[in-house]
Design a protein around this ligand. Structure first.
Ligand code: HEM
Ligand code: HEM
Length: 177
């Protein structure tokens, strides 16, 4: 088996765009906009909607990953690094799902569904700082950024230094047996 299933390939790249977009917009736009700014409701609506789409797609992806054949684990000749790469891939799934779950927990604690989507007209709380899952969401976003940087560096190392064309495993084409 030379490649991941084409649905997984599609989900990998779609989720890469959505997750990196969510991290950048969440940190640079959403968290920087005070809750008193009228633009905050729109930012929250976008961020929460995309976050929920990410959660659904990530769970679907995990199910398809277990249900389809995948290429053998890449071997870089070091048992510890091989194990680390295996773990890092599971961690990426776990942290993305935990990000969405903590986001939903903030929304639930602050009554956001009614305010943001229900048009209840209620004001947002002054900020989300005293909501515990908000701290978890911030810390997880940092962990996820580090994981993604490590993941991209590892992919570049494989592609350009080891030249083992690992990239083709997350692209379309004949999969072999
Ligand atoms: C532009 C950035 C990215 C590049 C260049 C990239 C590259 C790659 C490559 C080359 C592989 C194949 C590794 C292998 O077969 O062992 C891979 C797999 C994987 N990538 Fe990425 N990736 C990127 C972004 C992301 C992001 C943002 C996530 C997290 C949501 C992610 C999650 C994964 C996972 C979990 C796998 C393992 C395959 C699977 O279980 O679906 N990647 N990536
Ligand atoms: C994987 C999906 C998600 C990613 C990558 C993400 C990313 C982020 C980031 C980077 C921040 C700013 C953190 C900081 O600077 O401390 C943030 C804040 C926030 N996110 Fe998410 N998020 C996701 C899902 C969700 C979901 C599903 C919801 C709610 C349904 C949500 C609600 C919020 C809220 C309420 C804030 C606080 C904004 C503020 O403090 O003003 N997030 N998110």
């Amino acid at each position: 088996m030379k490649r991941y299933h084409p649905i997984l390939v599609t989900l990998h790249w779609l989720l890469a765009v959505l997750v990196i977009g969510g991290l950048v917009m969440g940190g640079q736009v959403l968290a920087q906009t005070p809750n008193t700014d009228p633009a905050k409701l729109f930012s929250l609506k976008m961020h929460m909607s995309i976050g929920i789409v990410i959660l659904v797609l990530m769970v679907v992806r995990l199910v398809i990953r277990f249900a389809t054949q995948k290429p053998p684990q890449a071997d870089i000749g070091n048992e510890l690094l091989n194990k680390g790469a295996h773990m890092a891939h599971y961690l990426l799934y776990a942290v993305v799902i935990a990000m969405s779950a903590s986001g939903l927990a903030i929304a639930n604690a602050a009554g956001l569904p009614a305010i943001v989507f229900g048009g209840s007209g209620e004001a947002l709380p002054a900020d989300f700082n005293d909501i515990a899952p908000r701290a978890a969401h911030g810390i997880l976003s940092l962990v996820l950024k580090l994981l993604i940087v490590g993941h991209v560096l590892a992919a570049l190392y494989h592609q350009f230094l080891r030249k083992d064309s690992l990239f083709s495993r997350v692209w379309y084409g004949e999969r072999g047996s």
